[in-house]
Design a protein around this ligand. Structure first.
Ligand SMILES: C[S@@+](CC[C@H](N)C(=O)[O-])C[C@H]1O[C@@H](n2cnc3c(N)ncnc32)[C@H](O)[C@@H]1O
Length: 259
């Protein structure tokens, strides 16, 4: 178990006056673990994974990937920190807006209250964009419910806070900014009544709890599958399809997701 202590690698860290030896050679096992856990593949980006994971390990006094893999079996906070470090949460308001417009026109034809899922939501911009676009089109807030989920707990925390930088609002007009946000120095705080329209949860689409969210009328799953390999994409699509109320309704994927 403590083989990593004795391997002949560059000694770089000192713990309680004991010189310890780092061994970050086993990147492949970390990549496989992370793909099985989250779906995210680093198969073609092992050097990026190595650089991020090494920095992560050093900041947690962990000296090898074997040690990291052993620790995260029982330390769930550490495992969540690793997920937060290795996922990419880039998003912004009114991204690929034509799909949101399509959704709005579909919702306007509905006769009952509808449920919309954003999986993944990242920091909330997509879910809130849908809420804003529906309100702008005259849909009553009592006629829809939006759920946003993401595997990254920091992203979900930020989504719930609803505090955004200028660059996240780059696609929003001056009118929309002033109607839905309060400017606080260089940040924009989303109004509470819009925040109330979305429920956010930390959730991994490959875990059973995801299906406990129930079925949805419309599903957005944009810019997550791009991080998955082909078999994992297929598995994710099957799971997402099983969450539809009506199997005839298409899921909204991002333009690059299905290649
Ligand atoms: C680039 S963001 C996309 C956000 C938004 N849908 C958009 O298109 O702007 C990708 C998100 O997928 C999330 N993600 C990756 N694997 C996931 C999984 N297995 N379950 C849930 N979320 C996941 C990441 O944490 C990240 O926030």
């Amino acid at each position: 178990m403590f083989d990593w202590l004795f391997q002949k690698k560059t000694p770089t860290q000192e713990q309680n006056n004991i010189q310890v030896v780092e061994d970050f050679s086993n990147i492949q096992s970390l990549a496989e673990y992370f793909k099985t856990l989250s779906g995210v593949t680093f198969d073609k980006q092992l050097s990026i994974l190595n650089s991020k994971a090494k920095t992560f390990c050093r900041s947690h006094n962990i000296f090898s990937y074997d040690m990291l893999l052993e620790k995260i079996q029982t330390d769930h906070e550490l495992r969540q920190d690793l997920i937060n470090r290795l996922t990419t949460n880039e998003t912004f308001f009114y991204r690929e807006f034509s799909q949101i417009e399509q959704l709005v026109s579909l919702v306007k034809q509905e006769r009952q209250k509808i449920r919309i899922l954003c999986a993944p939501s990242a920091t909330g911009e997509e879910s809130y964009s849908i809420a804003i676009a529906l309100l702008e089109a005259g849909v009553s807030s009592s006629d829809f419910e939006i759920v946003g989920i993401d595997i990254n707990s920091l992203a979900i925390k930020r989504a719930k806070e609803g505090l955004y930088r200028e660059r996240n609002l780059k696609n929003l007009s001056y009118e929309l900014r002033t109607r839905y946000f309060d400017q606080q120095e260089d940040m924009y705080a989303l109004h509470q009544n819009i925040k109330n329209l979305v429920s956010f949860y930390v959730c991994n689409i490959f875990e059973a709890e995801f299906q406990n969210l129930g079925k949805f009328d419309y599903i957005f799953s944009r810019n997550m599958l791009i991080y998955f390999d082909t078999p994992t994409k297929k598995r994710a699509i099957e799971i997402l399809e099983s969450m539809r109320k009506d199997p005839e309704k298409a899921i909204f994927f991002g333009h690059a997701d299905l290649f």
